[in-house]
Structures are given as structure tokens and as C-alpha cells.
Design a protein around this ligand. Structure first.
Ligand code: NAP
Length: 254
């Protein structure tokens, strides 16, 4: 029987200092993994690293922007020199700009696509040799229900997440024979710093809740548990799939 544990697994989580990414790092550490996490804000990276290490957990921070090739090179170098292979990659860092399509500048929508779609493609393919080296790896892309429905998030965000869902299927097909599974977790609205402003508006909050069969907004830890499961050997026959963690939001109109 394969155990419910991540002991002896090494994970890289992008955007691990706040929100869903922080909850994912917490969950992976609690299940016994070692984790390298990233984030742009140096103070946050240092603070999270200190908090986790004070608890005796093997968490290591690397500050940088996922769209920066030098930062990716530094992450690869870190994994090569400290671990030599990588069992888990979570492409979590993401952002949105909410506005009508005609109001986007080219720079703005390209930035959303760069962070949410191009970076996961780059991080996955550049880390592929280290994932392959492990002989048994899992890539988990954090997408969104907005990748398959209009969720009022702005078109570039939906485009990027839809592309990420397809990237999952393509990489799953390409890499299955190397023992690398690739899956997507798609949250619906979740309480995090990213959604703080929008969920603070009672009319928006209530509209989302009324549109969600479970009648509540998700907590970040509810995404993290699904990510941990997909990262585990327990999920060893699951690849190329999208799991919507949405309180039933995508099952129907009523
Ligand atoms: N919250 C939701 O309702 C929801 C719903 C569906 C999908 N999602 C997806 O879930 C993922 C996490 O969202 P969240 O709500 O947890 O976001 P969040 O609260 O804004 O946290 C994002 C994390 O990623 C880091 N980050 C952002 N941009 C980055 C970049 N360019 N390079 C490196 N790190 C970066 C942030 O730290 P710094 O700012 O310091 O870089 C932070 O650690 C995203 O992919 C998002 O699209 C969220």
C-alpha cells in the first residue's frame, strides 16, 4: 500500500509566501516534504522561511519573479546543488487584472499571460531534467474555474488559465513515460490577499456565495489538501486531469 505521506519528497512551490501557495507549503511540510518556495517580496520570503525553520521544518526561500529567467536559473541551481532531483513542482504564482477587455494595455495583458501561463511552461520544461531524474515526479498547476467559465476575472486571466489547463494535458502526455504526472487544481473564489478587495464588497461576496452550491467561499487550506494528494504516490495513476475545487460552482446553472 502506498502511504499518505510526502516523506523523502522535495518540492518547489512558486508564490509560497501568501494565500494558496503558503497553505500548499504548510501542507507539504506537514506531510514530511522538504520545500523550496518563492515570492517576489524579499521580506516575506525571509519571514516565512524563519517561521517554518523555527518549527524545525525544512523550508527554504528564494526571492524572485517567476517571469525572470535569472530567477529560474537560480532555482534550478539551488535544486541541483541541494537535492539533485525534484519530486514535486507546484506552479502556483499567479495574478489578475480585472477590467473590460478593451481597456487593457498590451503591456498589462501580456504581463498576466507571462506570469500565469508562460512562467509555468518555462519552469516545467526547464526543471524537466530534475523531475525526470527523480523517476517519480508530480507537477501541479494552479489554474482556476475561470479557465473554463466566465467568472468575471477579466479575459486575459481566463485565457491564461485555459492555456494552463491545456499545458497540463500536453505535458502529461509527453512525460507520462518518464514517470512525471502533471495535473491541474482549479480553485473557485478563495479567501487570500489576491481576492481581499473584491470579497470585501458585500454585494460581490454575496453574489459569489449565492452562485456556489456549498454557499460559502473556500479557504486556502482546502486547495492545499488536493495539491498534496496529487503530489503523493497515492495519486500514482492520475495524470492530465483538472480537479475543480469549487464547492460545486461549476456543476450547473442552478
Ligand atoms: N484566490 C482565489 O480566489 C483564486 C481562485 C482561483 C485561482 N487562484 C489561483 O491561485 C494561485 C494563488 O492565488 P492567491 O489567491 O493565493 O494569490 P495571492 O494571495 O496574491 O498570493 C500570490 C503568491 O504568489 C506570489 N507571486 C505573485 N506574483 C508573483 C511573481 N510574478 N513571481 C513570483 N511570485 C509571485 C506572491 O508573493 P509576492 O507578491 O511577494 O510575489 C504570493 O506569495 C494563483 O495562480 C491564482 O490565479 C486563486
Amino acid at each position: 500500500m502506498k502511504p499518505w505521506t510526502l516523506t523523502n519528497k522535495r518540492a518547489l512551490v512558486t508564490g509560497g509566501t501568501k494565500g494558496i501557495g503558503k497553505a500548499i507549503v504548510n501542507e507539504l511540510l506537514a506531510l514530511g516534504a522538504e520545500v523550496l518556495f518563492t515570492g517576489r517580496t524579499v521580506e516575506d520570503v525571509k519571514a516565512r522561511e524563519a517561521e517554518w525553520q523555527q518549527q524545525g521544518l525544512k523550508a527554504y526561500g528564494l526571492a524572485g519573479d517567476v517571469t525572470d529567467a535569472d530567477h529560474l536559473a537560480a532555482a534550478i541551481q539551488w535544486v541541483e546543488s541541494h537535492w539533485g532531483s525534484l519530486e514535486i513542482l507546484v506552479n502556483n504564482a499567479g495574478t489578475t487584472i480585472r477590467r473590460p477587455s478593451v481597456d487593457f494595455t498590451t503591456e498589462e495583458y501580456r504581463r498576466v499571460l507571462d506570469i500565469n501561463l508562460i512562467a509555468p511552461f518555462e519552469w516545467s520544461r526547464k526543471l524537466y531534467p530534475l523531475l525526470k531524474q527523480s523517476g517519480n515526479a508530480a507537477v501541479i498547476n494552479i489554474s482556476s474555474v475561470a479557465g473554463s467559465l466566465d467568472a468575471g476575472t477579466g479575459a486575459p486571466y481566463g485565457m491564461s488559465k485555459s492555456g494552463l489547463n491545456q499545458l497540463t494535458r500536453n505535458l502529461a502526455g509527453e512525460w507520462a513515460k518518464e514517470g512525471i504526472r502533471v495535473n491541474t487544481v482549479s480553485p473557485w473564489y478563495t479567501y487570500t490577499p489576491l481576492t481581499e478587495n473584491v470579497l470585501a464588497k458585500p454585494e460581490v461576496h454575496d453574489r459569489i456565495v449565492s452562485r456556489t452550491p456549498m454557499r460559502r467561499i473556500a479557504k486556502d487550506e482546502e486547495m492545499a489538501g488536493v495539491v498534496a494528494f496529487l503530489a503523493m504516490d497515492k495519486a500514482s495513476y492520475i495524470t492530465g486531469q483538472e480537479i475543480k475545487v469549487d464547492g460545486g460552482g461549476s456543476i450547473g446553472l442552478f
